[in-house]
Design a protein. Structure first.
Length: 365
């Protein structure tokens, strides 16, 4: 049974496991409500976790789903909590994100590929043991584990993502690191104000139609003097074909045109994130500073590098999608370069040299 008790900080889940068919009790003032537990396939363990309030010491893994938040975490007149997210029926941002959209495989590939640089970016934050960190848009949870390593057993690392498949994918990673998982929408997080020391969010704000509103929602969760750290890939054009700048330029332009057509956007919608430092200042953060890390790979590639570039980029992002935006001869050449069975395969050329920027912008609340 899961018992939820209301109090000064709002609804809190006591550490308990449930079994299929059992009910959960919610104590709401002087009223007690029996609520059905989630379906058997959603057999999760809840930790002592006020909805959005991090416990003084993490007790173990929690996955607070949208359904759980809706069942137990209704607004209390004493809690000051925000309304929890309702499951969206339409996309919430520029790039088609919903609670059911799944690109977990791409996220895993990217995190394995960029791990050295992301961990370097995390190290630059000089996190301290005992800090409370929110990874907003945690995806499959790899960075969440790295954050948990830095804050130690006396700290807390909380991962939040909109998509159910991503939270599911992060489950095993979070279990190993003792992190907490929360499913939610950045614009309506079921968390109380000033409850974390730092928000870490990578390649997320650029998905929002109103980045300033999203950033201000995250800022509200940070205690005074805490920080928000936004990471963003590819503020500069990626370099794939060092030997052919013309083809590389055409491919990059074709990718942007594809996304503009698919999501009915204009160029400024896709490139406004380049002003990331100005975004932080516009949202009201102070002491803003920016550092860019270069993700640089040279042949011969590590397995993690080839897996990401081949499966997430060449096949997952380019492929047949670009055919309508390139001449037939240019598209045929790209396909040869992306084919691991072709002698011209780019990733095994001795002159393959890849560059991608990863920019971390940090401001103080």
């Amino acid at each position: 049974m899961i018992q939820a008790a209301s109090g000064r900080l709002g609804m809190a889940w006591r550490l308990a496991a449930y079994r299929p068919g059992r009910s959960a009790t919610r104590v709401d003032g002087h009223m007690t409500h029996d609520l059905p537990c989630p379906s058997p396939e959603r057999q999760f363990f809840f930790t002592s976790f006020a909805a959005g309030v991090i416990p003084e010491r993490p007790l173990g893994l929690a996955w607070l789903t949208v359904e759980a938040i809706q069942a137990f975490g209704h607004r209390s007149s004493h809690s000051g909590m925000r309304d929890p997210m309702t499951r969206p029926t339409t996309t919430l941002g520029l790039l088609g994100d919903t609670a059911s959209r799944d690109y977990a495989d791409k996220l895993r590939l990217f995190n394995a590929f960029a791990a050295p640089e992301i961990r370097q970016a995390i190290a630059s934050l000089a996190l301290k043991p005992g800090m409370r960190i929110l990874d907003a848009g945690c995806g499959t949870g790899e960075a969440l584990a790295w954050l948990a390593d830095d804050v130690g057993p006396d700290g807390a690392a909380i991962g939040m993502d909109l998509a159910t498949p991503h939270v599911r994918a992060a489950h095993s990673t979070a279990a190993k690191s003792g992190s907490l998982l929360l499913q939610g929408n950045i614009l309506a997080l079921p968390m109380v104000a000033a409850s974390v020391d730092l928000v870490w969010s990578v390649n997320v704000i650029n998905h929002l139609r109103s980045p300033v509103a999203g950033l201000q929602a995250l800022m509200a969760l940070v205690r005074p003097g805490g920080r928000v750290a936004l990471g963003q890939s590819s503020l500069l054009p990626d370099m794939y074909f060092a030997w052919d700048s013309r083809l590389e330029r055409l491919v990059n332009e074709a990718v942007r045109q594809y996304y503009r057509d698919r999501y009915q956007l204009d160029e400024r919608d896709l490139t406004s994130i380049r002003a990331i430092a100005g975004l932080l200042r516009q949202a009201g953060l102070r002491d803003v500073h920016v550092r860019t890390f270069m993700i640089e790979r040279l042949a011969p590639l590590r397995l993690e590098d080839e897996n990401y570039l081949l499966n997430a980029i060449f096949r997952g992002t380019w492929g047949s999608r670009l055919q309508a935006y390139l001449s037939s001869s240019d598209h045929e050449e790209v396909m040869r370069l992306c084919d691991p069975n072709h002698p011209d395969y780019a990733l095994r050329r001795p002159d393959f040299h890849f560059l991608q920027s990863f920019t971390l912008a940090v401001g103080v609340v």
